[in-house]
Design a protein around this ligand. Structure first.
Ligand SMILES: [Zn+2]
Length: 111
């Protein structure tokens, strides 16, 4: 699956890995921080839109890296996943993001 390298510090997203050589090492070419790998579904807010980037940081820190989150997950009696239904749209306000993280915490990706 495709992904974007995103620096949450500079609030910048790099689509094309060949843009700058350092990107291969996941290091931000601007501030040298470690960049996040987010899903290609991620639509970066304008760089100056701090409020929206706050929401992005909050979601990423809680394990939501813009991969699909499902409204409903079907499980059989053994608890095995048998199906998915309806993508959930990622929230854009902090208030919605908090509800989202709480509601879908089972689907957070934490390593
Ligand atoms: Zn940076």
């Amino acid at each position: 699956m495709g992904y974007k390298k995103v620096c949450l510090n500079c609030q910048k997203s790099y689509n094309r890995p060949f843009e700058i050589e350092k990107i291969r090492s996941s290091q931000c070419p601007q501030c040298e921080n470690q960049m996040e790998e987010l899903s290609h579904l991620f639509q970066p807010p304008k760089q100056s839109n701090n409020k929206k980037w706050d929401v992005v940081r909050f979601l990423v820190n809680n394990g939501f890296k813009y991969y699909h989150v499902w409204e409903t997950i079907f499980k059989n009696s053994k608890g095995e996943i048998t199906g998915y239904q309806n993508y959930v749209k990622y929230p854009e306000s902090m208030k919605d993001a908090k509800e989202f993280v709480e509601k879908y915490k089972e689907q957070a990706v934490t390593e």
